[in-house]
Design a protein around this ligand. Structure first.
Ligand SMILES: [Zn+2]
Length: 133
């Protein structure tokens, strides 16, 4: 079994074959889920571990939101390569997930998708108004 040590605490690493990495919690303990194929991309793996450590540090969901917001705008060649080689990593972008048999949703993604849809709607509306009416 693999472990990650961060600030004197040991977190179990559970290997999965989808997404990238997640910090999961059952209310009592926190552990990490990491796509096992990430080991083939050592630089990307390091970066993702660093990002997950930021999640481990944060106690409130607003900071989590900001952590993901910053990460979302970081361009990474290895990340694109990884996603091409392992398309199941795209499951990280699904707004719903199943954890310990219970469905949950990722509010950050729902918000991002909602804003995108709204902007798309506004642009579509303006274009239609311009060309049709
Ligand atoms: Zn994140």
């Amino acid at each position: 079994m693999k472990f990650l040590t961060h600030k004197g605490k040991r977190y179990r690493i559970e290997e999965i074959d989808y997404g990238f990495a997640f910090v999961v919690s059952n209310g009592k303990t926190k552990w990490l889920q990491i796509n096992k194929h990430l080991a083939e991309f050592p630089k990307l793996y390091k970066r993702i571990i660093k990002h997950e450590k930021e999640h481990l540090d944060s106690k409130n969901p607003h900071i989590d939101f900001w952590t993901d917001f910053k990460a979302g705008f970081m361009y990474d060649k290895d990340l694109l390569k990884f996603m091409q080689r392992y398309p199941r990593s795209f499951l990280a972008y699904l707004p719903v997930f199943k954890e310990n048999g219970v469905w949950g949703c990722n509010w950050y993604l729902i918000l991002i998708y909602g804003i995108s849809l709204l902007l798309f709607g506004i642009v579509a509306f303006l274009l239609l108004r311009h060309f049709i009416f």
